[in-house]
Design a protein around this ligand. Sequence first.
Ligand code: DX5
Ligand code: ZN
Length: 214
Amino acid sequence: MSDIIISPSILSADFANLERDIRRVEEAGAQWLHIDVMDGHFVPNITIGVPVVESIRKITKLSLDVHLMIENPEKYIEPFANAGADILTFHYEASKDVNALIKLIKSYNIKAGMSIKPKTSADVVLPYLNDLDLVLIMTVEPGFGGQKFMNDCAKKIALIRKNAPKNLIIQVDGGINAETARICTALGANSLVAGNYIYKSEDIQSSVKALLQS
Ligand code: DX5
Ligand code: ZN
């Protein structure tokens, strides 16, 4: 069993056949499901909200890894937690009070994650490493699937891993494929989000397997 947690991003799935596409990654051995929530303000795109998470919760046992690319995340922690999220990741750039957000998420007995955009320095997460369950390092500008991996962002992984307690999950998101995955795991990442590499590939099984082995 791999120590790397694969979180396929359903943003690249076929929304008209979402259950089928979730089964495909379950069968391939993915452990989490990445759900990108975008509000058209924090990022220039609108995707899915609470009712979709509620419906997905009913059909899968995969951990629901919800990536909140939204302003005012504090308003939406309760609804997403009640909808069945297992991990809630907010953006540092959208937070007014990081400690309060972490506390709020943990009050629902779920994992608290914080993400940083490409231009945000890794230093900003250091004060919170003992309280967070997960740090998500964006390796593209958030907003859209299918963008090119930014190598410079991956360099942040090493600094965070060096300062992190041993249970911290370091996740990367954006432009992940078998090759870029290896760069990230070598630096200390242990959770990989992938949208296009998994869902736009000819063979979903082999793509997930390649990531599990990276
Ligand atoms: C982008 C999202 C990603 C996206 C990744 O803002 O956070 O999760 O789905 O897609 P790929 O893997 O295609 O870059
Ligand atoms: Zn994401």
